[in-house]
Design a protein around this ligand. Structure first.
Ligand SMILES: [Fe+2]
Length: 291
């Protein structure tokens, strides 16, 4: 598929990786005549470039000249009851105006309250009250950035007794109210499904397919009674299976592998990305079974 308007006006980018400084040289400084890495696009962690001048931004500009780039943040704290951080939004907009990413995403979560940053992506109560609160804030963020945002499902380890709906119902209604897009993290869906006892397929079926602009794949740590989303290992077989199911249901979605720790050489991630290409192609060749 070519890079044309695809989902909700967003392009289909193919198969990408999270851009990590360990790989700059392998991406940018290849010997003359050697082909580039088998990576169609890169996702950057927005905050790593917001305060940075100099080298990080120069490297980012060079990557952005050669590859489509999307921006992914971890500090928006869209679910918090603290006021939105206007300085953060202004810096995010400045970066987006420079990078011209295919889209800008963050997580459906909160990361702190009363000015204290807890440095974690924490779950929200899945209530109408929280939905109205988040929807208002998404609209403000989209207005400040001058563009729609996409929100990703985080891995969660607790739920609230006050929950009134499933996470996918919350996300589906949020996209309806605000026009925002979604990033589906297939590993996070598997992790949360295991931890809370829901069927990941219900999640995939419950979100509006045309709003899913991107998929994240990552590894996790299985501790028998619970799973922790560590992003430090290859994607596990059961998540590959779920990825295939997801593509069968949703059709082609820009997909990337997200490794945040124990980062291997680029070639290893290229091989893992080839697996994603094979699984997606096989899934698309086979229609989704009726459910
Ligand atoms: Fe993710």
């Amino acid at each position: 598929m070519t890079e044309t308007a695809h989902r909700h006006g967003r392009p289909y980018l193919g198969f990408g990786l999270g851009l990590r400084p360990q790989h700059y040289a392998e991406i940018l400084d290849r010997p003359e005549g050697e082909p580039g890495p088998r990576v169609d696009w890169f996702e950057i962690i927005s905050e790593n470039y917001m305060a940075a001048g100099g080298r990080p931004l120069r490297n980012l500009r060079r990557v952005a000249e050669r590859y489509p780039v999307v921006m992914h943040g971890v500090s928006l704290s869209i679910g918090s009851v603290d006021p939105l951080d206007e300085a953060y939004l202004a810096a995010l907009k400045a970066l987006a105006d420079m990078v011209e990413p295919a889209w800008v995403s963050d997580h459906l979560c909160w990361t702190g309250v009363d000015g204290v940053n807890l440095h974690d992506l924490l779950p929200l109560p899945l209530t109408e009250e929280a939905l109205a609160h988040v929807a208002r804030r998404v609209e403000i963020v989209q207005e400040r950035l001058g563009r729609r945002i996409a929100l990703e499902n985080a891995s969660t380890y607790v739920t609230f007794a006050s929950d009134e709906m499933a996470e996918w119902e919350f996300l589906a209604e949020l996209t309806r109210r605000t026009g925002c897009d979604l990033v589906l993290d297939v590993n996070n869906i598997f992790v949360s499904g295991f931890n809370h006892g829901f069927d990941p397929i219900d999640f995939m079926t419950g979100v509006p397919a045309d709003r899913v602009v991107q998929i994240h794949l990552a590894g996790h740590e299985h501790n028998e009674t619970h799973i922790i989303d560590t992003h430090d290992a290859p994607v596990v077989d059961v998540v590959w299976d779920l990825y295939g199911e997801t593509i069968r249901k949703l059709g082609p979605v820009s997909t990337m592998i997200e490794r945040d720790a124990d980062i291997p050489p680029l070639a290893e991630l290229e091989t893992e990305l080839d697996a994603a290409r094979r699984i997606a192609a096989a899934a698309l060749a086979e229609p989704a079974p009726a459910r």
